[in-house]
Design a protein around this ligand. Structure first.
Ligand code: ZN
Length: 295
């Protein structure tokens, strides 16, 4: 009898708790759902993401021309690190490297390597109208990092080639991870599979990017608006972007549906004098070298 009553009380308490949670605010409910940002199938560990990203970053740095100007690089690094504090799904011990580079290329593009190595093209900064837009681009890239899309793609490719048991063993040998991957046909440079995102991955990076923007106090519409504006306004300079980041379709609609779930409308940050100063700084530099032929 006692245990029955206890169970009934517990059930009533659980019911009350649910009602209370629903009543408190959509923010809390979303915070609960927000913990469900789930990366896809992956053969690599988060620590290996860093290892793979580091290797790929070394190669890419020798293939592209980086801008070394302190004002520009420090600005992007500060902004990127601030946003990364709000990125969900950073497993304990993964220690993503959150390293930011600016590429001297007028194509409007940005990309992310596993483990937190993020590249933003000069063209993307020049095309962004305000800080919320460029923050949106960076937050989207951070979404790819924390959802581990690069090594997810590589895992899918590997799985198509070899049985899981063999792959597991190979990738377990962390000391020779890079050479094992090379043997399995994974390249690390600008044409790497690590940079090729599916439409599903894009939709997820949008969702995470918008979440990061909101949490960091930026206008959460900044990201989707920027992607929509550049696609129409600069079709030639965005070819690479939409090849690396295929438009998932309904971008604006998806974000419109997500934002009310994040919480109330706030006094969102849209711009900063620092961002406009960086744009002027870039405008004062010699134009970038002619873009390399498209891959
Ligand atoms: Zn993307």
């Amino acid at each position: 009898m006692r245990s029955h009553r206890f169970k009934a009380q517990r059930a009533r308490f659980a019911g009350l708790l649910i009602v209370a949670l629903m009543a408190i605010s959509p923010v809390l409910l979303y915070a609960i759902q927000g913990l469900n940002f789930k990366p896809g199938f992956n053969l690599f560990s988060p620590a290996q993401d860093v290892e793979v990203g580091q290797k790929a970053s070394g190669e890419i740095n020798s293939q592209v021309q980086l801008i070394r100007d302190r004002q520009v690089v420090d600005y992007v690094t500060r902004l990127g690190k601030r946003l990364a504090q709000f990125a969900p799904n950073q497993p304990r011990g993964a220690n993503y490297k959150w390293t930011f580079h600016v590429v001297n290329n007028s194509d409007i593009n940005a990309f992310a390597l596993p483990g937190g190595f993020i590249y933003v093209n000069r063209g993307a900064i020049e095309a962004a109208q305000d800080e919320a837009q460029i923050a949106g681009v960076i937050a989207h890239e951070e979404g790819h990092v924390v959802m581990r899309h690069g090594t997810h793609q590589a895992s899918q490719m590997l799985l198509a080639q070899a049985p899981l048991s063999i792959l597991g063993q190979l990738l377990g040998q962390s000391s020779s991870l890079a050479s094992q991957m090379a043997q399995l046909g994974i390249a690390f440079g600008v044409n790497s599979i690590l940079l090729r995102n599916s439409r599903a991955a894009e939709a997820q990076a949008d969702e995470v990017g918008t979440y990061i923007l909101y949490q960091a106090g930026y206008d959460p519409y900044g990201m989707a608006q920027f992607f929509q504006i550049i696609e129409k306004k600069y079709p030639q300079r965005t070819i690479q972007f939409f090849s690396d980041h295929p438009n998932p379709g309904n971008r604006i609609k998806n974000v419109d549906q997500e934002i009310p779930l994040l919480g109330p409308k706030k006094n969102w940050k849209t711009d900063s004098p620092e961002f406009q100063a960086v744009k002027r700084r870039l405008a004062s530099m010699p134009p970038p070298p002619k873009p390399a032929p498209k891959k």
